[in-house]
Design a protein around this ligand. Structure first.
Ligand code: IPE
Ligand code: IPE
Ligand code: MG
Length: 274
């Protein structure tokens, strides 16, 4: 007998978020990254490694996301952007794409009240073309419901691609130039930044990817120009707030120079690393 295909309605129960069980380390004041971006990767490998189909991995990833949102709030992170579906993910099997669309819609539906209670503002970054209307509706509903919240801004990147975001931004600028509304000389970094999907999104401070892959896969290219990258081997369904805190620890040990330099000759004359 062929197994019944999975649908988003088969979502597994999630582990409840316990606020009191774990606390983040005491970070120095002002040191916590303001904007953390996460590539939630490794669901398929997690599932296949257990003899399950890929969609079981996506389902198990829901609890990980909620736990990480809770951990981000506890740590004092103000912006969290998560990669939920890329413009390249359309190349997956029709069954997996269908599942992911329905699943994204249902996670938003299931979790919006909980996120709202936590003071989370939900936003969407991505493109409309091809995205299911029902997913757009849920994203817009969640945006509307949570628009006055300010504990944490959770940007759901759905049908998002960094290159296409730049293309869309450049097109809108080209339209304005062609219509005589904008002079080419007025095009600046600041102006381009304001044409991104979320014009007031701050630059990414910490870019985290789970599952051991070490690439951006087209996530927040413009916004991550000066991000610190932390790659963790944990597969997304096993990821939790402790992994986020571990990534923040690594971030705190980095020396962010932004192209600047400070002259500090070593008194002993010993070159660093010797
Ligand atoms: C990330 O997990 C979730 C999405 C891309 C939607 P994957 O589905 O990419 O899992 P792996 O990388 O194949 O293990
Ligand atoms: C990036 O992961 C997209 C999401 C996590 C939504 P992928 O698994 O799709 O990226 P590649 O294929 O490894 O580059
Ligand atoms: Mg992957």
């Amino acid at each position: 007998m062929t197994p019944k295909p999975f649908t988003h309605r088969d979502a597994v129960p999630y582990r409840p978020v316990d606020w009191t069980a774990e606390y983040p380390p005491a970070y120095p004041k002002g040191a916590v990254p303001g904007h953390v971006a996460i590539v939630m990767d490794g669901n398929g490998r997690w599932a296949n490694g257990r003899g399950l189909t890929r969609v079981e991995g996506h389902k198990a990833g829901e609890a990980a996301l909620l736990d990480v949102v809770a951990g981000a709030i506890q740590a004092g992170v103000r912006h969290l952007s998560v990669y939920a579906f890329s413009t390249e993910n359309w190349s997956r099997s029709p069954d997996e794409v269908r599942f992911l669309m329905g699943f994204n819609r249902d996670v938003l539906h299931r979790r919006r009240d909980q996120l709202n209670e936590w003071g989370v503002r939900v936003r969407w970054a991505g493109r409309k073309p091809r995205l299911w209307g029902s997913v757009i509706k849920e994203l817009q509903y969640a945006e509307q419901l949570t628009r006055d919240n300010d504990v944490l801004t959770l940007t759901m990147c759905v049908n998002y691609g960094g290159r296409v975001e730049l293309v869309d931004a450049m097109r809108s600028i080209a339209d304005d130039v062609a219509a005589g509304r904008l002079k080419p000389s007025a095009v600046s970094e600041k102006l381009l930044a304001r044409r991104m999907y979320i014009p007031d999104m701050p630059d990414v401070d910490l870019f985290v990817r789970s599952s051991g892959e070490q690439r951006t896969s087209n996530f927040l290219l413009w916004e991550s120009a000066y991000a610190e990258f932390v790659f963790l081997d944990t597969l997304w369904p096993d990821f939790g707030r402790r992994d986020l805190w571990h990534a923040i620890d690594q971030y705190l040990s980095r020396d962010r120079r932004f192209g600047g330099a400070i002259d500090t000759p070593h008194e002993s004359g010993t070159p660093p690393g010797e």
